[in-house]
Write a protein that binds this ligand. Structure first.
Ligand SMILES: [Zn+2]
Length: 500
């Protein structure tokens, strides 16, 4: 609120100066600064004010980072979902009216000043207001305006370092024990998007949104995990920790943490990345870097950051899978879905309008039902392959759709972290690794955050690595599963407060 007041103070001070300059004259430099402050304060007020009104929260670094990593069409989806809101539209209209009135006032004052003698107002007072405002904004090293931008810079810097250190990470793996380790076979890791387990029939939701998964619940080859949470609520930070050795529970540095693809390649796996998400954002993210390291990459949405055209439904990914011929002896395929990414109604074909299209929740449920259909198709392809071993599915984070929120961490709600996760094994894997499967079933109701996926995946794939934290491995009978020891938002929120 103080910042908003300060912005308004700026606005009024600048406007007052403008009136006086118009009336009594002044230099062009003076005019430049006055207009600069006027526009600057106006934009800041609109930007922070609208965000606050729409989200009931203050802009944070992670939100800015998410915006920086998005593209035009995702940005438009975000605007469509969040800012085409009655409150926001009313605020915009009110602001335009106020601005127009002020400008009219300036114009009238200017006209009248030509006719009457206009007394100079107190320049000392004006200077004091501007100096005070500058002091409040810049002299304090940490405030609500500067903090998100410092955080944005730090986040982008660490991502740049992750990219620059690719060669170093590969060198670290060069002579270590991963070589020639790993259980042969085809493994598929499917990364979901914005899927809440609260909206899945298989997890007890009132609508049967997951007929395929529900039909498998009694299968001996399926492990459906009951208490899995996301390590963050934004896609890039969540997947960065899920796919690398870095987790919330160690002190390692991200740029020195190899990805699951790095270690799989070291162990002799052929790696594939099949994605319906866009390859390019405004900046390279660790996800871009990790996907680029795959031996083969298929990005069905080739519009280079300018469109997430709704014709690119997730089932098109299955066509790409069928293009993979002569699957090598050891293979890891990562499939990255568009899932339930907002706007939900753009994520499924019309034939999947199963629960109606009028309410947001209905369109969200349609997208969940469609993802279940896509997962079935992916599994059907995998099961046909002679060396299929396991399909692992989990979502990056959830959406708090029941509270009319998406997954903005500045509006954090625990339901944003409640994600589904399951593994469907082949008969041959179950036979060869009965103890591992038994431990997984024992642990399926233990709490788990998805930054521990990397360590658990290593065991499922049988890969040995120096970059392995056994405490994070849910395939071990000793896995702690203590909710109180778990965190989200990268260590900021403890699950000790879960549900509060
Ligand atoms: Zn996401």
């Amino acid at each position: 609120m103080a910042i908003l007041l300060n912005c308004i103070l700026f606005f009024l001070a600048s406007l007052k100066s403008l009136i006086q300059r118009r009336s009594v004259g002044g230099s062009k430099i003076c005019a430049f600064f006055i207009w600069f402050f006027l526009i600057f304060s106006t934009l800041l007020t609109v930007f922070y004010g609208e965000y606050f009104i729409v989200s009931d929260s203050i802009l944070s670094a992670t939100t800015l980072l998410a915006i920086a990593q998005t593209n035009l069409s995702e940005g438009l989806s975000y605007l469509k979902d969040n800012f085409l809101h009655p409150r926001s539209i009313l605020l915009s209209l009110a602001f335009i009216c106020v601005l127009f009135s002020f400008l009219l006032y300036v114009y009238k004052s200017h006209t009248q000043a030509k006719l009457t003698t206009y007394s100079k107002s107190n320049p000392l007072l004006l200077s004091l207001i501007i100096v005070l405002s500058l002091f409040l904004l810049y002299k304090t090293s940490s405030n609500y305006i500067t903090e998100p931008f410092y955080g944005l810079k730090n986040g982008l810097d660490s991502y740049v370092q992750f990219k620059e250190q690719s060669a170093k990470r590969a060198a670290l793996l060069g002579d270590e024990k991963c070589q020639d380790s790993g259980f042969p076979g085809l493994y598929i890791l499917v990364l979901g998007e914005s899927q809440s387990k609260r909206h899945m029939g298989a997890y007890g939701y009132k609508r049967n949104t997951t007929p395929w998964l529900s039909s498998l619940k009694d299968s001996n080859n399926l492990v459906l995990f009951e208490q899995v949470f996301s390590n963050h609520t934004h896609t890039v930070p969540t997947l960065t920790y899920a796919l690398t050795a870095k987790s919330q529970y160690d002190n390692s540095v991200l740029e020195n943490s190899p990805s699951i693809l790095d270690v799989a390649k070291c162990a002799g796996f052929s790696t594939y990345w099949v994605s319906n998400q866009l390859k390019y954002g405004a900046w390279d993210t660790p996800i871009t870097v990790i996907s680029s390291s795959a031996d083969e990459q298929f990005f069905i949405n080739q519009n280079l950051g300018y469109s997430t055209n709704s014709t690119f439904f997730d089932e098109n990914l299955v066509d790409e899978l069928y293009k993979i011929k002569n699957i090598p002896r050891k293979t890891l395929v990562v499939v990255h879905l568009m899932g339930s990414h907002s706007a939900y109604a753009d994520r499924y074909p019309k034939s999947f309008s199963l629960w109606g299209n009028s309410k947001k929740i209905d369109t969200y449920d349609n997208s969940i039902s469609y993802t279940d259909f896509v997962l079935k198709n992916i599994y059907d392809w995998a099961a046909k392959q002679p060396n299929f071993m396991a399909m692992i599915y989990l979502s990056d984070h959830a959406d708090a759709v029941d509270k009319n929120l998406s997954h903005d961490s500045s509006q954090f709600d625990w339901s944003m972290t409640e994600i589904p996760m399951f593994i469907k094994f082949s008969n041959s894997y179950v036979k060869e690794h009965a103890r591992l499967l038994h431990a997984l079933k024992q642990n399926r109701s233990k709490p788990f955050t998805n930054d521990m996926l990397y360590d658990s995946m290593l065991s499922i794939l049988g890969i040995k690595s120096l970059f392995y934290n056994q405490a994070n491995d849910i395939t071990r009978p000793q896995y702690h599963g203590d909710l109180k020891k778990l965190y989200t938002l990268h260590g900021v929120r403890s699950f000790q407060d879960y549900g509060k």
